[in-house]
Design a protein around this ligand. Structure first.
Ligand SMILES: [Fe+2]
Ligand SMILES: [Fe+2]
Length: 184
């Protein structure tokens, strides 16, 4: 008796997402190593923590596939891209990675909707929400860098930004979570 509750297409797209999250973890790991080598220890720490989050996403998708009776396939992943040229480039590339991942999540949502696989549709909603947060997190980094002077940022302002990121929170407050009792 077949107890796999996922269609072949859904199983494939979810397995693809497992690889994508693993790739994202490697990308942020490599950017973190680059940042550390440039002397930005705070940025490095921030990126290392973010890499850990991507790995958690990978585990979450894996667990869902297993929960539904599907088969997880762990495959080779792409090598991270070239090192960024500066902090602006680093954050811009990080933003592009997040947007690219959001697109991949939307593809899962679209397919689940098309197939009427409401369990997967519902599961994917967690990631839809998570991607709003992840994109906002990187937008905030770009905003902070802009305030620090953007491409013309002085060493002193970059030093302060780096120090700030050392202990910055991994998630950002969003308007949708704000309420009268708990304004954010
Ligand atoms: Fe992710
Ligand atoms: Fe992400």
């Amino acid at each position: 008796m077949d107890t796999n509750r996922l269609s072949k297409k859904i199983e494939d797209i979810l397995n693809h997402q497992v690889s994508k999250e693993a790739e994202a973890a490697q990308v942020f790991l490599s950017y973190g190593c680059w940042a550390d080598a440039q002397g930005y220890g705070g940025v490095a720490n921030f990126l290392f923590r973010h890499s850990g989050e991507e790995r958690n996403h990978m585990m979450k998708v894996m667990q869902y596939i297993m929960q539904r009776g599907g088969t997880v396939k762990i495959t080779a992943i792409k090598a991270p891209p070239k090192d960024p040229t500066n902090l602006q480039d680093c954050f811009e590339k990080a933003f592009k990675h997040e947007v690219d991942n959001t697109t991949a999540i939307y593809e899962i949502v679209n397919l689940a909707h098309k197939e009427g696989d409401w369990a997967t549709f519902n599961f994917a909603q967690w990631f839809v929400k998570e991607q709003i947060e992840e994109e906002k997190l990187v937008m905030d980094l770009l905003d902070k860098l802009k305030i620090a002077g953007g491409p013309k940022a002085t060493d002193e302002s970059l030093f302060n930004l780096d120090k700030y990121l050392e202990n910055a929170a991994d998630d950002v407050p969003l308007a949708r979570d704000a309420s009268v009792d708990n304004p954010e």
